[in-house]
Design a protein around this ligand. Structure first.
Ligand code: CUA
Length: 414
């Protein structure tokens, strides 16, 4: 019976060791190789200088932890095998092994070695934290605000230290940044605590109401970088995603200039009818510069505004609803030029499947109407929200005719 237990114990130890190592190696392999597509949320493939700083900390700490892991488990395994009961029927199992008390040298050793290891890790960590906190010269200034359940962005275009000057720009869901230039973020929240995280570009920073927390991003290459709110913030926490579009500097300047313009006037009858329907149904929560922002300035009480994204240049975004639906067709799978190759209405088959939200919609591509129409038809069915408590969009009970003209108008908001 003793022999059986001993064999079983050995099998259990070997099995758990193997399982642990397999999981560990699997995790690392998944993290390092899993970032081939835009949507992967991995910190192990840094795409900018700040995430690289973190990666350069993770690597040595991981090696130190690995040496400790192998050393401790190896010692345990060695002792178990060496001093196990070997099935000798003559062996007397009852006496107590020799006990060691008050061995000063041993106690100092097993205190000093972990202390030294932790000191090395602490110094490496402190250096990284200081580097990540340093202010970057010539950075783009952006205020990031979290709100149940989407992210808004205000750009201090004229660099006056405010985010609400006339020339400043407000957008939501997608953060557009210039490649190769640091972006200084002022992270805050309008309601509860959220957490801003673009794993490929930097670590996490909590968005706390009433506080402004500095943070920064920089992307080395043009592309789409995904993020996810990482502080539980209620019903649609999981649907509160971020998307960063890094574009070349000259494209960024053009983007800013476009965003500064007010919304264009509607031209066709459908667009005009759409604007009127928009004002009646959407205009007390959403803002469009040039349509109802003046109304807000004159009579803030008339609008519940601020609880919903600014829609002035809605169509310059590839995704909507907390970046969980595509507003435009994405580029074809495997296309590594997110802003170069644009699909046209004649070549939709060459584009990716717009229902595949893992592929971000490209604002240069045609609008994916079914998603937008479904949203207008019944938004809470598309994303869990609590509109009766002022959080999220209600089902407005719009008719198909109303939806058609509102979409026609929204499509002009380039
Ligand atoms: Cu916002 Cu979780």
């Amino acid at each position: 019976m003793k022999r059986f237990n001993s064999t079983l114990g050995r099998i259990a130890i070997v099995a758990s060791l193997v399982l642990f190592v397999v999981l560990w190696v699997g995790m690392v392999v998944a993290g390092v190789t899993g970032g081939e597509t835009e949507y992967q949320l991995t910190t192990l493939q840094p795409q900018g200088p700040f995430s690289t700083l973190i990666d350069n900390l993770v690597a040595p700490v991981f090696i130190i932890a690995g040496v400790v892991f192998v050393g401790v488990l190896g010692a345990i395994f060695y002792i178990i095998m060496k001093y196990r009961e070997k099935g000798d029927p003559e062996l007397d199992l009852t006496p107590m092994p020799k006990q060691t008390h008050g061995h000063t040298a041993a106690e100092i050793t097993w205190t000093a070695i972990p202390a030294a290891i932790l000191a090395v890790v602490a110094v490496l960590t402190a250096v990284t934290i200081l580097d990540l906190s340093a202010e970057e010269p010539d950075s783009v200034q952006v205020e990031v605000f979290g709100q149940q359940w989407w992210w808004g962005y205000r750009y201090d275009v004229n660099n006056d230290g405010r985010f609400d000057s006339d020339s400043d720009v407000e957008t939501s869901t997608e953060l557009v940044i210039p490649v190769g230039r640091p972006v200084q973020l002022s992270v805050t929240s309008n309601d509860v605590i959220h957490s801003f995280w673009i794993p490929a570009l930097n670590g996490k920073r909590d968005a706390v109401p009433g506080m402004v927390s500095p943070w920064k991003l920089q992307a080395d290459e043009p592309g789409v970088y995904r993020g996810q709110c990482t502080e539980f913030c209620g019903l649609s926490h999981a649907n509160m995603r971020m998307l960063v579009r890094a574009i070349p500097a000259e494209d960024f300047d053009r983007w800013v200039a476009d965003q500064q313009k007010p919304a264009p006037e509607p031209v066709t009858e459908a667009e005009k009818a759409g604007l009127s329907e928009w004002k009646n149904n959407c205009g007390s929560c959403h803002l469009i510069d040039g349509v109802n922002n003046q109304q807000l300035a004159e009579n803030p009480a008339a609008l519940v505004s601020g609880i919903a994204p600014n829609l002035t240049h809605l169509m310059s975004r590839g995704t909507f609803a907390g970046s969980i639906y595509n507003l435009h067709y994405p580029n074809k799978v495997g296309n590594d030029q997110p802003f170069g190759a644009t699909c046209t209405r004649d070549t939709l088959a060459d584009c990716g499947d717009p229902a595949d939200v893992a592929l971000a919609g490209n604002p240069d591509n045609p609008v994916y109407r079914p998603a937008l129409e479904a949203w207008l038809r019944n938004a809470p069915a598309m994303k869990p929200m609590a509109p009766d408590q002022g959080r999220g969009m209600p089902n407005l009970g719009l008719t198909q005719d109303q939806i058609d003209v509102i979409v026609a108008y929204l499509e002009t908001l380039k």
